[in-house]
Design a protein around this ligand. Structure first.
Ligand code: ATP
Length: 295
């Protein structure tokens, strides 16, 4: 019996490890094809978490040394606040999230979490402190419940239920004949982009990290889905320091601070009403989106 049990137990272990690895892959914000050589520094220490404060100080970064993508970028996220980054396609929004997760090494400046430079802390503790809601989420061929819980396989029922509520998934799940046992993924129920992103929000909640990065989907969602995601994000972001990479300006009017990126520099910065009063780039972006929505 034990001869059968040990290999099975080992296979279970391998299966869980592969799933865990996939979580990290998915967290790479679409950079699956590149594997940057970022390692712990020899004297790296685990992050000492306090409130989840984030600070970028005069950060310079380029994927290639001859082309700077972010130029002298500085901003501060107080614990529990919501900061949104907006800007044209290619302005460097997602790059900021990748640098916070330390997929790449910056060439100048500092990035700090709770006062500790991220290059001096272990990657494992850094990435444990950040939950990412990617633009496009991979769903496994298993139940919705397992899909939500896979980042924390030992999550209690109460924790999963709470994540379902906070991610505004309850109504969707109860509308399914098999509820949260419904199979999704390639061979299961096809879920919409908006439902997928709410499943990703529930996963991020379960991770229990103090910093949340939300990469808003670029693909257009119907207005019901968009509103459901917005409601979920409003509820969830109260509990996190959240960085929102925004493509639709209507979703970030409640942010504590909005950074308007243009060619790698912060061209404008403020709340929605402050930026609208400036009548500059942000206002122009609003007008453009309003025109697009009319057509
Ligand atoms: P979008 O709104 O279209 O998602 P973005 O503002 O998030 O755009 P980034 O993805 O941060 O833009 O990219 C910023 C710039 O860096 C772009 O010019 C892009 O082509 C370039 N870039 C992104 N990833 C890489 C990479 N792995 N290697 C080289 N250049 C890259």
């Amino acid at each position: 019996m034990i001869q059968l049990f040990l290999p099975l137990n080992f296979l279970g272990f391998v299966y869980r490890e592969i799933r865990r690895a996939l979580t990290d892959l998915e967290n790479m914000l679409g950079l699956l094809t590149r594997k940057p050589a970022i390692k712990d520094s020899p004297d790296a220490k685990p992050l000492q978490l306090k409130g989840g404060e984030v600070r970028f100080e005069q950060v310079n970064f380029g994927y290639q040394s001859e082309r700077l993508i972010l130029n002298n970028l500085s901003f501060h996220m107080a614990p529990g606040t919501k900061v949104a980054i907006v800007g044209a396609s290619g302005a460097g929004k997602s790059t900021i999230a990748r640098l916070l997760y330390r997929f790449y090494q910056i060439s100048q400046g500092r990035i700090l979490i709770d006062g500790q430079e991220i290059s001096s802390i272990t990657l494992q503790s850094l990435r444990q402190a950040i939950a990412i809601v990617p633009q496009d989420t991979v769903l496994f061929n298993s139940s919705i419940r397992e899909n939500i819980a896979y980042a924390k396989p030992d999550a209690s029922t109460a924790e999963i239920e709470q994540a379902i509520d906070m991610a505004h998934l309850r109504q969707f799940i109860t509308s399914l004949p098999q509820g949260d046992a419904t199979l999704v993924g390639e061979r299961g129920l096809k879920v919409s982009g908006g439902e997928k992103q709410r499943i990703a929000i529930a996963r991020a909640i379960l991770k229990g990290a103090p910093i949340l990065v939300f990469d808003e989907a670029t693909s257009s969602l119907d207005s019901f889905s968009e509103q459901a995601i917005l409601n979920a994000m409003r509820d969830v972001s109260r509990h996190y320091t959240s960085l929102v990479i925004a493509h639709r300006l209507s979703t970030i009017t409640d942010a504590d601070q909005i950074l308007v990126l243009e060619k790698g520099v912060v061209a404008e910065q403020g709340t929605h009403s402050q930026l609208m009063a400036m009548n500059g780039l942000y206002t122009k972006m609003w007008q453009q989106q309003a025109d697009q929505n009319e057509h």
